[in-house]
Write a protein that binds this ligand. Sequence first.
Ligand SMILES: Cc1ncc(COP(=O)(O)O)c(C=O)c1O
Length: 366
Amino acid sequence: MNYERPQFFHLMQYAEAAEHDVVDMVSGNPDWEPPAALRDGLREYADADPDEFQYPPSEGLLELREEIAARRNVAPSRIVVTNGTGEANYLAMAAALDRDAGSEVLLADPVYPYYPGKTELLGGKVTLVPTERDGSIDPARFREAASEETGLILVNTPNNPTGAVYSRETMRELAALAEEMDATLVSDEVYDHFDFTGEFESALTLDSDRAIVTSGYSKSMAITGFRVGYAILPERLVGGAKTRHMLVNVATSRPPQVAVLRALRETETEYYESVRSLLRERVDTFTDALDAAGAEYSRPDGGFYVLARFDGFPGTMANAERLVDEAGVAGMPGDTFGSARDEWLRFALVTPRVEEAAARLADYFD
Ligand SMILES: Cc1ncc(COP(=O)(O)O)c(C=O)c1O
């Protein structure tokens, strides 16, 4: 397998190399503060006894797994603490495909590009199922696309890049379809704290023994560099996931687990609320400017991305580079997320300069 540099790396480097000022709306790196308790946890860890610097249990620190279990109302034995949601997704997908119940993977289009990449890595076959114009999923389309070979249905809610939050009914129907097809449903919920509708419900509440839920703290605690996530699997699949995690990683690094545990215990809901309200303001600012620019866009119900479509300016890498050069704004081309949004560009609202970027876009497309 050759190394393929992710497209967002390319674009971020392209933007950095520009000689003029560019507002970066490519990365998914939050620009706000992590919870204060997270920094406290890290500081305290620096002075811990040397034995605290040694291998943690492979499946994750017991206290962290217990804390997650209590919050998610599941047994700690079902949890593996991973190197971010990225690894949790890999373990979940491997668990589904290891069942030999079929190698076809149904993914919603537009798609988070690492999903097709991981599918290939695991020897699976991708079938993309288009979402609706508003980003929602019509389970009937998944039903039509499903075949005897379907082993996995993987969705992400709240969604990157559409900002859709799937309804409980949608998730219930997808779980039922997985059951009928003898497949597994994986729900990537890494943006679970960024629900602006109050409608989001984890797939865990479906109580389906077909469902695996993945999540992590990269976004909710603004720590994409820490690499702490988790997968919650049905008891019959968790052993395989723990083995794969152990053989690939030995364990997830201990210091960030300690810091995340402290932050989970000590962070009040106000922290998460204040981030949501910051993002709501940014969504308003940005979409007002998109209105001024005459663009079509999706107003996110969750997550922190906005998809926008400018007439006569399709979402290709060449156009994304042109936008860097001529407007001083960097956004991801929609065609990197499958084919359903190849006319669109995705802008991440993780910069304090949203207003400036919005004004530049409004000027450029005026
Ligand atoms: C849908 C989705 N899943 C997973 C990830 C990776 O998360 P983590 O940093 O926890 O590995 C991202 C990161 O942008 C994402 O957008």
